[in-house]
Design a protein around this ligand. Structure first.
Ligand code: SAM
Length: 286
């Protein structure tokens, strides 16, 4: 079948099935062969790889993945797309399409079944309405991963890469950078999609660390501290952490820890590096 990366081919398949776009599912289909090639190159897909694709749509990127990877598992929520995928992927025997919600599906089980539990690569043009929950659940559920190469909203890519003291720095930056090395590999304008999204997009590759560069005694506490610090971004760290009901920390405990770290008692969370959050978590857990 001719590549769906060419707009005319995408339009004819959509017309053939009289497909109606579902806004609630964040459906913007890629129609640019250069961008598709760029994503494949960035993800460095080889026949050794088992790839999980989130939201295959009509199968545009899935075709590229199927050509290059050993196996592809594509998880699509919209049941109206399943008969279309059966047609567009008919030539490939290394693709499994699952009609499931990526948030509810047990990816660890899928990786066990399809790749013997060995790390997979995630590649996707993500639905933008749930980018953060998808990325966080991949990491927090400890899905065995080599890398995650995804199209996201440009601002979200910037947040993932941001460092302390910048306006985009927040809980997402710290969580992503704890688990992986982020690199933006391409900026993608709205005219590369049907229909056009009203935001700019970027492809970001997150390469999972084999050994995390930051060691911390209690990972759950680290993430609880990070979340509480950025929930009330304008407040001082001492205020936001002692106000967070789930942490049960007193102002004095936080102040003592900050003093040990030689940080000002009025410092805000946005000024702390990941290493400093980890140090704070270690001081507060004992
Ligand atoms: N990969 C296709 C492409 O590049 O042309 C489509 C990308 S489109 C931005 C996002 C896709 O994710 C849509 O096909 C949408 O139906 C699907 N999707 C949305 N929410 C989902 C969910 N919770 N689980 C699985 N797929 C989902």
């Amino acid at each position: 079948m001719a590549t769906l990366g060419i707009p005319q081919n995408t339009i004819s398949i959509l017309q053939k099935y009289q497909f109606v776009f579902q806004k609630k599912y964040g459906q913007n289909f890629l129609v640019d062969t250069h961008v598709l090639e760029k994503i494949m190159d960035a993800a460095e897909i080889t026949k050794e790889d088992c790839v999980v694709e989130i939201g295959p749509g009509i199968g545009t990127m899935t075709q590229y993945l199927a050509e290059r990877a050993g196996a592809v598992v594509a998880v699509e929520i919209d049941k109206k797309l399943i008969p279309i995928l059966e047609e567009t992927l008919a030539a490939y025997d290394n693709v499994t399409v699952l009609n499931e919600d990526i948030i509810k599906v047990d990816l660890n089980r899928i990786v066990e079944e399809k790749n013997g539990g060995r790390p997979v690569k995630v590649v996707a043009n993500l639905p933008y309405y749930i980018t953060t929950p998808i990325i966080m659940s991949l990491f927090e559920n400890r899905v065995p991963l080599k890398s995650v190469t995804v199209m996201v909203q440009k601002e979200v890519a910037e947040r993932m890469q941001a460092g302390p003291g910048t306006k985009n720095y927040g809980a997402l930056s710290l969580a992503v950078q704890y688990y992986a090395k982020p690199e933006v590999v391409a900026n993608v304008p709205p005219n590369c999609f049907i229909p056009r999204p009203n935001v700019g997009s970027a492809v970001i590759r997150l390469t999972r660390y084999e050994e995390y560069p930051i060691a911390v005694k209690d990972e759950n506490l680290l993430f609880a501290l990070i979340r509480a610090s950025f929930n009330q971004r304008r407040k001082t760290l001492a205020n936001s952490l002692s106000n967070a009901g789930n942490l049960s920390l007193s102002r004095e405990q936080v102040a003592a820890a900050l003093e040990k770290m030689q940080l000002s008692s009025t410092v805000r969370g946005e000024a702390l590096t990941l290493a400093q959050f980890a140090e704070l978590a270690d001081l507060l857990c004992s």
